[in-house]
Write a protein that binds this ligand. Structure first.
Ligand SMILES: *[C@@H]1O[C@H](CO)[C@@H](O)[C@H](O)[C@H]1NC(C)=O
Ligand SMILES: *[C@@H]1O[C@H](CO)[C@@H](O)[C@H](O)[C@H]1NC(C)=O
Ligand SMILES: *[C@@H]1O[C@H](CO)[C@@H](O)[C@H](O)[C@H]1NC(C)=O
Ligand SMILES: *[C@@H]1O[C@H](CO)[C@@H](O)[C@H](O)[C@H]1NC(C)=O
Ligand SMILES: *[C@@H]1O[C@H](CO)[C@@H](O)[C@H](O)[C@H]1NC(C)=O
Ligand SMILES: *[C@@H]1O[C@H](CO)[C@@H](O)[C@H](O)[C@H]1NC(C)=O
Ligand SMILES: *[C@@H]1O[C@H](CO)[C@@H](O)[C@H](O)[C@H]1NC(C)=O
Ligand SMILES: *[C@@H]1O[C@H](CO)[C@@H](O)[C@H](O)[C@H]1NC(C)=O
Ligand SMILES: CC(=O)N[C@H]1CO[C@H](CO)[C@@H](O)[C@@H]1O
Length: 272
């Protein structure tokens, strides 16, 4: 093949390529990624930012904040969790309760993990620990229960931890009625030894966090199937589909001509 022809072919291939990559650039500028402390925040996750734009790419509730360009945080049921890792291939999130890190060896102010209606579920590797706080059972049958967690107990009230479901069959029904609070926290089962290292080990396990699987938001299927990315207009409470041609539609799909096309080019979450 003569050289000019090869050159010509290369040129036309690259101009086709750059045309499509213009399209994806427009796409990317609407839905930019962000790296925070080594965690890549990318669709369907998005960065909560203080811009005036109320329109975001990503799933509702999958907004993350970035504190000091160091810590990525997600909010679940009003509680904050550090996001240690997001896998976009395994669709997993590794989370550590922010409250745990305030007191790593003896975490306090624990709360139940709440995933509500978000498209999240527990990973196979998770294990639930049940904490019973401030129980006055010592008055009754102290010897039938395991050792209390010293750092969370006082002379009159004891706190206990169990792998959920292994609480002792107690001669006195509902001994936990004598506890002020029960909280179930999730850890990775690999962090809990076979022997009773739970009292010493629960803090360490909680610092390693737990894994959630994330999946496609149900409302987002048609948009993603048409190569779009889902978003939301918080001001108008409209579902949005960011299409690869640069348009943003209130329809649930990029296919066909239907749907109001939002002409305004949006910046998306800034700080990218
Ligand atoms: C966002 O808030 C931070 C401080 O909270 C401020 O420094 C920054 O300028 C704000 N950015 C925008 C785009 O308003
Ligand atoms: C996500 O958005 C909600 C609602 O706007 C807000 O209350 C929450 O603090 C945000 N989460 C994070 C981690 O920024
Ligand atoms: C993040 O999770 C993925 C999948 O589980 C794993 O391969 C990767 O090593 C993790 N990265 C970090 C920094 O933990
Ligand atoms: C842990 O508790 C959650 C509910 O809080 C439940 O959905 C999950 O299946 C439990 N995991 C295990 C291993 O018991
Ligand atoms: C805890 O264990 C009990 C008994 O096995 C089970 O019924 C309950 O669903 C478990 N709860 C969680 C949150 O895992
Ligand atoms: C133990 O606690 C329960 C519930 O918190 C309370 O009803 C009960 O009076 C307490 N008993 C003693 C002996 O303190
Ligand atoms: C936490 O969840 C358990 C059941 O999984 C429930 O019994 C307990 O009351 C909950 N605790 C709080 C503080 O909501
Ligand atoms: C548990 O303790 C036994 C005896 O002390 C020991 O042989 C075994 O290796 C321990 N298992 C684990 C998982 O630590
Ligand atoms: C596929 C689809 O949902 N199409 C809808 C797009 O929006 C118009 C009106 O805005 C509807 O008539 C279409 O059914």
């Amino acid at each position: 093949m003569p050289k000019p022809l090869v050159f010509f072919l290369l040129l036309s291939v690259s101009s086709i390529f750059s045309k499509t990559s213009d399209g994806s650039k427009a796409f990317a500028s609407n839905c930019p990624s962000h790296v925070c402390g080594g965690v890549i925040i990318s669709y369907p996750f998005w960065l909560t930012s203080n811009t005036t734009s109320n329109q975001y790419c990503g799933y509702p509730g999958f907004n993350l904040s970035c504190s000091n360009e160091e810590n990525t945080i997600i909010n679940l049921g009003g509680d904050s969790y550090y996001v240690k890792n997001i896998s976009y291939t395994d669709n997993t999130l590794t989370l550590v309760d922010v409250a745990v890190t305030a007191n790593p060896t003896c975490p306090r102010r624990l709360h139940n993990v709440t995933i509500q209606t978000l498209p999240l579920s527990y990973n196979r590797r998770d294990l639930n620990l049940s904490f019973y706080f401030n129980c006055n059972v010592s008055v009754w049958y102290p010897e039938a229960l395991p050792n209390p967690i010293e750092c969370l107990s006082s002379s009159v009230k004891d706190s206990f931890v169990f792998v959920n479901g292994t609480e002792p069959a107690w001669p006195l029904d509902h001994w936990y009625d004598f506890c002020e609070e029960k909280v179930v926290v999730t850890v990775m089962d690999s962090e809990i030894g076979a022997n009773n290292s739970l009292i010493e080990g629960f803090g360490g396990a909680m610092n390693e966090g737990f894994v959630l699987d994330w999946r496609q938001a149900p409302s987002c299927g048609p948009c993603e199937a048409s190569m779009g990315l889902c978003g939301f207009d918080y001001a108008n409470e409209d579902f949005l589909c960011f299409c690869s041609d640069g348009s943003i539609r209130t329809n649930d799909t990029c296919k066909g001509a239907g749907g109001e096309i939002v002409r305004r080019r949006l910046r998306g979450p800034s700080l990218s």
